[in-house]
Ligand binder design. Structure first.
Ligand SMILES: NC(=O)c1ccc[n+]([C@@H]2O[C@H](COP(=O)([O-])OP(=O)(O)OC[C@H]3O[C@@H](n4cnc5c(N)ncnc54)[C@H](O)[C@@H]3O)[C@@H](O)[C@H]2O)c1
Length: 475
């Protein structure tokens, strides 16, 4: 099997020497524009030829926040150098570590801001082993050719089940009864305790979680209405309502499942509490910014709402401990004092099933984070990326021995493709695909019958184009 090279430009400085035949020699020469991880080809049992790291120990991966073992296994199974830490890191330590890695895997606590990413000179891809990607500056990453993958569906069911539990707990004041009895007080009451059968659940945001919840709630005998900015097909007999107000004024239970966006910030505030039914309940397991919590405190104290369950907060501590105080959020102690208010520490997606599924989804799933990272590193496929266009090319076969795969991430400006094709046009381009997302475009091309020296020429020529963001050549 011939050797192969991955030629990212993260360590790029102009080079005077040609591509090394020694993968590790090339990698350890930081002055080389071939100085990224070196990739080689290897075969699978089928006729598929993988463009795979030749000396995979060159690919350095940092996994933070205790990424599930199954995710780690996928990456270390490739022979990558994987360092896995249990927690997130303070910004200065993160900056120090991120300088040296090609791949970083995080969950929700690690903030990959522009300041941090500016230092990530070798980074080609970020894996968010969680649903949200708000913790990453996606735009900065895209503009610097860093792909971001996440695991958007893995814990929807866990969140939906928690919300069902909370609906019943709120309706029966179960949190308060339990707390009282823990404190030794027997307080058997039925006043203002309800069955949920026949009540109306209003779901704000009918995406992955909202729609699953809809099915579960109907199975419990609830009527479901939902409000979403997009027209979405209803599950079961649920009904979409045209406005948020229509939802609030008709629901016994209101639950929020929208993303964190400028439009969803304080989406439920004083005015919306006034629009809610007297004695209704509010649940938020989406993002902390969605509810104006001082307004919720007032609505609870006035009796306008009969209870609330919150799983997420505007500020959340980075680790476990006695942190839920006014120094974290100025209203924390008022919130803690309210009756029939369930407070949980962002555990909506925290089940064994969801954590396993986030680390390794089914082998047929294209969005598995670990597999998506491997696929991206080894073959440049961006399926499931949240900040780059999703681009796929079929794998090379074992017969295609002298083929190279060119990946050219570039600014989407007029005339680029003509210039790229002038460079590639001297070769036999077997397949080529390009797509863009906003200002950033992703081109992948497989070229046949290329020699190692030609690969370097192609690489250097693409690098010299003013539109270049990142060039990789897998050979
Ligand atoms: N508590 C937890 O542990 C936990 C776990 C997973 C997800 N989440 C959060 O739950 C939320 C929902 O996740 P999901 O996977 O269902 O997301 P999703 O993207 O599948 O669905 C979100 C829905 O909200 C709709 N939407 C967007 N803006 C809206 C607006 N202004 N008004 C009404 N609808 C709007 C979208 O059209 C979409 O249908 C996210 O904020 C996510 O971060 C929390």
């Amino acid at each position: 099997m011939a050797e192969a090279q991955d030629i990212p430009t993260r360590l790029a400085k102009p080079v005077s020497h040609s591509v090394s035949t020694s993968p590790s020699a090339a990698f350890h020469s930081p002055s080389s524009s071939f100085g990224g991880a070196n990739l080689a080809r290897s075969a699978t049992l089928s006729n598929q030829r993988e463009l795979k790291p030749f000396d995979t120990t060159d690919i350095k991966i940092l996994l933070l926040e205790n990424v599930n073992q199954s995710g780690r296994d996928i990456l270390s199974g490739q022979g990558y150098q994987v360092e896995a830490l249990k927690t997130s890191l303070p910004e200065d330590e993160l900056i120090e570590k991120i300088r040296n890695v090609h791949v970083i895997g995080i969950r929700s606590k690690t903030k990959l801001s522009e300041k941090v990413l500016r230092e990530a000179k070798n980074l080609i891809v970020i894996g968010c082993f969680c649903i949200g990607t708000n913790q990453v500056d996606l735009e900065y990453a895209a503009k610097h050719g860093i792909a971001v993958f996440n695991s958007p569906f893995a814990n929807s069911r866990s969140v939906a089940e928690l919300v069902i539990a909370e609906i019943i707990m709120l309706a029966r004041q179960l949190g308060d009864r339990s707390m009282e009895l823990h404190n030794g007080t027997w307080n058997k009451v039925s006043a203002k305790c309800w069955e949920i059968r026949g009540k109306t659940l209003g779901i704000i945001g009918y995406g992955h979680i909202g729609s699953q919840l809809s099915v579960l709630a109907e199975a419990m005998g609830m009527s479901v209405i939902y409000y979403d900015v997009v027209n979405l097909m209803a599950m079961g007999t649920a009904k979409q309502v045209p406005t948020l107000e229509a939802l609030l004024s008709n629901s016994d239970f209101v639950t929020c499942h929208v993303p964190e966006l400028p439009e969803t910030k304080n989406m439920i505030g004083r005015v919306q509490f006034e629009q809610m039914k007297e004695g209704s309940y509010l649940i938020n397991a989406s993002r902390g910014s969605v509810i104006d919590i001082p307004a919720l405190i007032n609505a609870s104290r006035s009796g306008k709402i009969a209870g609330a369950a919150l799983d997420v907060y505007p500020s959340e501590p980075a680790g476990n401990g006695d942190y839920f105080t006014n120094s974290l959020n100025p209203w924390a102690e008022d919130l803690r004092s309210l009756k029939n208010v369930i407070l949980s520490p962002h555990i909506g997606g925290s089940t064994e099933e969801a954590q396993r599924a986030i680390g390794v989804e089914g082998k047929f799933s294209a969005i598995n984070v670990g597999e998506a990272l491997v696929r991206y590193v080894n073959s440049g496929v961006t399926l499931g990326a949240v900040n780059l266009p999703e681009v796929n090319l079929r794998s090379l076969t074992l017969d295609e021995r002298d083929h190279a795969r060119v990946i050219y991430i570039h600014r989407n400006v007029p005339g680029v493709l003509r210039r790229v094709n002038e460079i590639l046009g001297n070769h036999n381009v077997d397949k080529q695909i390009t797509d863009n997302k906003g200002d950033v475009a992703y081109l992948m091309a497989d070229i046949s019958n290329v020699q190692r020296t030609e690969v370097k020429e192609i690489f250097d020529s693409l690098e010299a184009l003013s539109s270049r963001i990142l060039t990789r050549v897998l050979y």
